[in-house]
Every structure is written in structure tokens, then in C-alpha cells.
Design a protein around this ligand. Structure first.
Ligand code: HAM
Length: 467
């Protein structure tokens, strides 16, 4: 191998870890637009932003999401608190060297108890509830409406729309009542947001999974379990295993061959208690009042343990098999389960990676690529004017490219084209001494002359017309 090839190999050695990726411009402009829209829409519904830690105690997720769920049992990035690990390691070294204390040392698990294990967050609802308790938010006017955005981590098999580091935009309402209007308003906000970002073809699916009482979901799980035992032989190994671990999850199966069999299973709607039935009927009525279109899906049980009553999911086109762009539901017992007071709760999380993919596929969300204005300048005097013009135009909100070295006008205009600029502002010594600046519209090649203040006014008007 030549030296040059070896160097090239060396440089190629570092790549983003499987399941993680870099987000680059111009795509990041679209990410920013989506996040900005979330900030604006959620604020109009009275939500405030919460920023949460990226890692938390493993126990928090085990308790909230459920130790038996795929997320907690297989997909979390978990590690011992490094401080405790170092302590253990030092003791171990000492004991190996001196033979002292070998008998009392115990194991790593003794020294680093479960409570010292840390996990990268696989979702954020658990953290929001932890924060609600930790900061005594039950003393604030209820309900407390919070939203968040940021990376989550799940060690799933990577594929299109499924990553190990992915991004969510989520919202939670905690405290106050469990009035069905709250469920409906959360969903209304979500659909308003999707509409605002230009997501096309989104479908909202809703269901109620009742509450965990003997006259409600538990009765249903019993009926489902019995029905599943009868058809066990016709199911694949994954579903067979789930009959014992979590029969509800059999309903999530995407296996083609199982679909006709699952269609014959009992429906939860026939087993809801009266209160849950009334709650669900009212959520649907409230959605209709708000003009939110939905489809009922009796198989929508969701993969996290904290849900009760209303569950929902939104799918979008262009995503292949990973087509859920958002999931959510009600979780009234969760704050209490984490050591807080009895508290109502409901929320959702949007998979931002998938939302962006779907926007890109529909071409609606094409990130704006080019600059607004490329300043083609020639001459020392013109350069000083160009610097001032760039400053003023940027202040007015336009994106401006100001080349750092002088170029012939022909070359500058070619460069402006390559960057996808809308206009080229041509500033030569003539323009500067006349006080009339030339603006070239690059899409049709037309040119107009403006005074400095007229130019700004013209660009503002054009901006209004195109938005
Ligand atoms: P979830 O259904 O697990 O719910 O995730 C919500 C969304 O995150 C999914 O619909 C999907 O769009 C996205 N997502 C999940 N895993 C991945 C992945 N590996 N790669 C890319 N996107 C992914 C929750 O996380 C709940 N905390 C939602 C919630 C909030 N429920 C109540 N409040």
C-alpha cells in the first residue's frame, strides 16, 4: 500500500456508529423549520418547553416504561455510573496486588446496585414525570403543559426511518382532570402542527385500552389469552412467546400470515367498563366537534406499559414499514407509580426523523437551499458599500452571501447561480457613485435599478408575495 493510500485509509477509519448519522445542510434547515413550527404551534396552546437530561437512572425507565417491554429489556444503552465503576476497579486492583480483602469484595453487581445504573433515555415521558415530581409542579396551576425535543436512544436494528439515535418532539399534559376534551385538544394540537409543517396524507388512528381493573382491561386480557391459547399453533414464535409475556402485544404483529388469525380475536371495545366506554365515546365526539378526522383501530395497544384509556398513532406516507410518525396516549397512574401524588397525564411523541423523511418524500418540505441575495462587487469603494449593504439586508432578515475576495462580475454571477441565490446585487464603482444599485433576478435574468431604500422595500414586497 502506498503512503498516500495508507493515509486515505487512516482518514476513512472514523465513521458515525451504526444507527447514528450526521444531519447536514441544507436538510438541517428543514429540521429547524419543523422545530420552529412546533415552538409556535405548541405556544398557542399554552405549552412551555422543558429541557431534560439525556441520561437518567435505569430504574426510572424500568419502572415507567415497564421491565418486560422491548424498549427496556432489549433496547436501552445502559452502563454503570463511571464513578462507582472506578471505585470497584481500584479495589479489585488492590486486592489482586496484595491479596487483601478478596473475600469481602463481592461482585460488580454488589458494588454497583441497580440504583447506580444509568441509561441513555429511550423516550422522555418518564423524565417529564420525574421532573414534575422533583420540582413539585403539582403546586402550579393545573394542568401543567410541557413540550420537549431532542435525541432518544434505542438499540434497534437500523433501517429506513429507524435509528439508534433518533429525535422526538413530544408534549405532555400533567395534573388537572382527565376530561375527554383534554385528550381531544392534545390530538387537535398535533394535527394542527402536522398541517402547519405541510405533512400530507397523515392518518390518525385511535383506540381505548381501558383501565387496569378486573372489570375492564384485565377481563379483556383474560379473554384474549384464552382465545390465543386456542390458536397458538397457527402463530409464529414471537407471538407464541408474547401469549405468556404480554398477550396484548400479539395484536401489534405485522406478520402477514398472522393477520387473518388476529382478525378473529376478541375486541377490547366489548370489554371496557362503563366509565372507560363513556370516556372513549366522548373523546370521539370531541374530535368530531374539532373537525379532527380519525380512524378507529382496535389493535392499537402501544408498546409501553404506562398507557390507559386513549391511545393514538399517526402514520404518514413515504416511510415504508416504519410508518408511525407519532404515538401517544393517556397514562393516569404514571406519576404515582414514580412516587408522586395521583396525577392525570396524557401526551405524545413525534418521530422527527420520520416526519422529515415524509416531508422530503412529498417534496413539500424541501428545505430552502440557496441564499436570497448574492452580492457581486468590484472595486474598493464598492466593497465598503457591499459590506454595509450585507449588514442591512441581513438585519432585515435576508440571507446574504458576500464573497470575501473580488471577482469579475461574470464569475460572481455564475457563483450566485451555483448557490441557488434568488437575486444578485451588482455593486461596481458606477453604481456606488450614482447611488443606484442593480438587482438581477436570477430566475429570468431581468435587471432593475434601485436606490438603497427602494431596494429594501422592493425585496420586502417580493418576500410577501412569495410567502
Ligand atoms: P413511541 O411510540 O415509542 O412513544 O415513540 C414515538 C415515535 O418516535 C414513534 O411513533 C416513531 O415515530 C419515533 N421512533 C421511535 N423509535 C424510533 C427509532 N428507533 N427511530 C426513529 N424513530 C423512532 C413514545 O416514545 C412515548 N414516550 C410517546 C408518549 C409521550 N406517550 C405519551 N407521551
Amino acid at each position: 500500500m502506498s503512503d498516500a493510500t495508507a493515509k486515505k485509509e487512516e482518514r476513512r477509519k472514523f465513521q458515525a456508529i451504526r444507527g447514528t448519522r450526521d444531519l447536514l445542510p441544507p436538510e438541517t434547515a428543514l429540521w429547524n423549520r419543523v422545530e420552529q413550527t412546533a415552538n409556535e404551534v405548541f405556544a398557542t396552546f399554552g405549552y412551555g418547553e422543558i429541557r431534560l437530561p439525556i441520561f437518567e437512572s435505569t430504574e426510572l425507565f424500568a419502572r415507567a416504561v415497564g421491565g418486560e417491554t422491548d424498549i427496556v429489556s432489549k433496547e436501552m444503552y445502559t452502563f454503570p455510573n463511571p464513578m462507582r465503576f472506578a471505585e470497584f476497579y481500584t479495589k479489585l486492583l488492590h486486592s489482586v496486588k496484595t491479596g487483601e480483602g478478596a473475600n469481602e469484595m463481592g461482585t460488580l453487581a454488589d458494588l454497583i446496585p441497580e440504583s447506580e445504573m444509568i441509561s441513555l433515555r429511550p423516550e422522555a415521558t418518564a423524565s417529564v414525570c420525574r421532573a414534575y415530581i422533583e420540582h413539585n409542579m403539582q403546586q402550579l396551576p393545573q394542568p401543567v403543559k410541557l413540550y420537549y425535543m431532542g435525541p432518544m436512544f434505542r438499540s434497534e436494528r437500523p433501517q429506513k426511518g429507524r435509528y439508534r439515535q433518533f429525535y422526538q418532539i413530544g408534549a405532555e399534559i400533567l395534573g388537572g382532570t382527565d376530561a375527554p376534551a383534554i385528550d381531544a385538544e392534545v390530538i387537535e394540537m398535533l394535527m394542527t402542527f402536522f398541517d402547519k409543517v405541510g405533512l400530507q396524507g397523515a392518518t390518525l388512528y385511535i383506540n381505548s385500552i381501558g383501565h387496569n381493573g378486573p372489570d375492564c382491561r384485565r377481563a379483556y386480557i383474560g379473554a384474549l389469552y384464552n382465545a390465543l391459547l386456542k390458536i397458538k399453533d397457527q402463530l409464529g414464535p414471537d407471538s407464541q412467546r408474547r401469549i405468556d409475556t404480554n398477550p396484548l402485544r400479539v395484536l401489534d404483529s405485522k406478520l402477514e400470515s398472522e393477520q387473518p388469525i388476529i382478525a378473529t380475536l376478541p375486541h377490547i371495545a366489548d370489554h371496557l367498563c362503563d366509565e372507560c366506554k363513556t370516556h372513549y365515546a366522548e373523546v370521539k365526539r370531541q374530535l368530531q366537534v374539532r373537525g379532527v378526522l380519525y380512524q378507529e383501530n382496535w389493535r392499537l395497544v402501544r408498546g409501553l406499559d404506562y398507557y390507559m384509556r386513549t391511545t393514538f398513532e399517526i402514520t404518514a406516507p413515504g416511510l415504508g414499514s416504519q410508518n408511525a410518525v407519532c404515538g401517544g396516549g393517556r397514562y393516569d397512574g404514571l406519576v404515582e407509580l414514580l412516587g408522586g401524588p395521583p396525577t392525570k397525564g396524557i401526551g405524545f411523541a413525534i418521530g422527527e426523523d420520520r416526519l422529515i423523511l415524509s416531508l422530503q418524500e412529498s417534496r413539500k418540505g424541501q428545505a430552502q437551499q440557496g441564499r436570497d441575495i448574492y452580492i457581486a462587487w468590484m472595486g474598493e469603494k464598492a466593497y465598503a458599500t457591499a459590506i454595509r449593504a450585507a449588514k442591512d439586508l441581513r438585519k432585515a432578515g435576508f440571507s446574504v452571501e458576500l464573497p470575501p475576495v473580488e471577482q469579475k462580475f461574470g464569475k460572481a454571477l455564475g457563483q450566485a447561480d451555483k448557490l441557488g441565490a434568488k437575486y444578485a446585487l451588482i455593486l461596481g464603482d458606477n453604481e456606488v457613485s450614482e447611488g443606484l444599485w442593480t438587482l438581477k433576478t436570477l430566475s429570468d435574468g431581468t435587471q432593475q435599478k434601485f436606490t438603497e431604500s427602494d431596494l429594501l422595500e422592493f425585496l420586502r414586497q417580493q418576500e410577501k408575495v412569495s410567502s
